[in-house]
Design a protein around this ligand. Structure first.
Ligand code: PNS
Length: 161
């Protein structure tokens, strides 16, 4: 089976992520969306909450599975017989870091990374930007699905902002 993984922090999932997931689902028999730990970032949502948001917003795609993993991405690929990693590239600013990770992952395990150009309408979008806007009461309804928008609002409210 041609299986790929779309890995990320997804804290929370945005329309940019969903665009890549949807387009990857058209290219592979199965796509696993894996919520991984990025040690350089602190999170707003738990892994379970992030997974639930992805499950709900990808339910229209029949070949998507949502999972989580707290180790190396290449070990996840090995364990789950996944041959390809799919990642979105927004701009040249993403490139250095993504190239480095793709090369490390290739060298360590032979797992290929395939980059998809983010749709221009989403090229400025990131979870960090969405969280920052939401924290200060900014409008994010064009950047994330409704359930994510609601979850952001209630998390900000809980924080006492
Ligand atoms: O959405 P993000 O935060 O840009 O995703 C980055 C992520 C989680 C995919 C990356 O940090 C990752 O693969 N983490 C798992 C550990 C790992 O395999 N690191 C890369 C090799 S050093």
């Amino acid at each position: 089976m041609k299986r790929a993984v779309c890995p990320g922090s997804f804290d929370p999932v945005t329309f940019g992520h969903l665009d890549i997931i949807e387009r990857a689902s058209a290219q592979f028999e199965e796509v696993v969306v894996a919520v991984l730990v990025n040690r350089t970032k602190s999170s707003m949502f738990t892994v379970t909450e992030r997974m639930e948001m992805i499950v709900k917003t990808t339910s229209h795609l029949p070949n998507i599975r949502v999972d989580s993993w707290s180790g190396l991405l290449v070990d996840y690929c090995k364990t789950n017989e996944i041959q390809s990693i799919v990642k979105g590239l927004r701009a040249v600013t993403d490139f250095d870091y993504e190239l480095q990770m793709a090369q490390v992952n290739l060298q360590g395990s032979g797992v290929e990374t395939m980059f998809m150009a983010t749709a221009p309408t989403h090229s400025f979008l990131s979870s960090s930007l969405v969280k920052e806007l939401a924290y200060y009461g900014g409008e994010v309804s064009t950047m994330v699905p409704e359930i994510v928008d609601r979850a952001l609002k209630s998390r900000v409210e809980e924080s006492g902002k």
